[in-house]
Design a binder for this molecule. Structure first.
Ligand code: C5P
Length: 215
């Protein structure tokens, strides 16, 4: 049977990963968090005290990194990554590192390899527009900046970070701007993607609208 590829794109905090994880479970297919891959490289760059503006060194790091997924968890050089890639420091730097074309090529190779050998739902920014332009289903999730900021803010507070709602909204808007305006494979809605506005909707409602399009 042919592999099923489902693309879920959209700006930060639109609910992509929450929805994609549940849909993966319901359909019994793999879930790939492509944002976690760019976060993993950013984490390694920061861990190695590499200047975040030094593109050559960042590309070297990306080339010498082994990124893999097992049971929907991301592994970097054989070690599982969890909350260490979700810190404000990683979030503040990830979009600049994700702009580097060579870094993207390397990550996209891994994403395509996974999608070519198993049924998968991937969440990201460029999945439907660039990584899998022929994906079986494409969704583009959006929500108001206030709601997206609020979701991220609640997550961070729950994890014990000291931040303000204002700061988080600013970060979300700044990342979207960088992601939308980068030259190579920017954040964009594929012309054949189904747009779902998640503002004011429950998780169940959004999952239901995604599933109903697939069945
Ligand atoms: O999805 P998440 O917010 O964790 O992604 C972190 C960052 O990784 C995004 O802000 C974006 O800069 C980058 N990214 C990307 N392309 C993807 C997924 C994420 O550029 N497919």
């Amino acid at each position: 049977m042919k592999n099923l590829v489902i693309a879920v794109d959209g700006p930060a905090g639109a609910g992509k990963s929450t929805i994609a994880k549940i849909v993966a479970d319901k359909l019994n297919i793999n879930y790939i968090d492509t944002g976690a891959m760019y976060r993993a490289i950013t984490y390694k760059v920061l861990q190695n005290n590499i200047d975040v503006n030094n593109e050559d060194q960042i590309i070297e790091i990306a080339k010498n990194s082994d990124i893999d997924f097992k049971d929907n968890n991301i592994y970097l050089d054989g070690k599982i990554l969890k909350e260490e890639i979700r810190t404000p420091e990683v979030s503040n730097n990830v979009s600049n590192i994700a702009q580097i074309k060579e870094v993207r090529y390397l990550m996209v190779d891994v994403q395509r390899e996974i999608g070519n050998k198993s049924s998968v739902i991937l969440d990201g920014r460029d999945i439907g527009s660039y990584v899998f332009p022929k994906a079986d289903y494409k969704f583009f999730l959006v929500a108001s900046p206030e709601e997206r900021g609020e979701r991220r803010y609640k997550e961070l507070i729950k994890k014990g970070y000291d931040t303000t709602l204002e700061e988080v909204i600013k970060d979300v808007i700044r990342r979207d701007e960088i992601d939308s305006n980068r030259e190579f494979a920017p954040l964009v809605k594929a012309s054949d993607a189904i747009e779902i506005d998640t503002t004011g909707k429950s998780i169940d409602e959004v999952v239901e609208s995604v599933i109903s399009k697939i069945r």
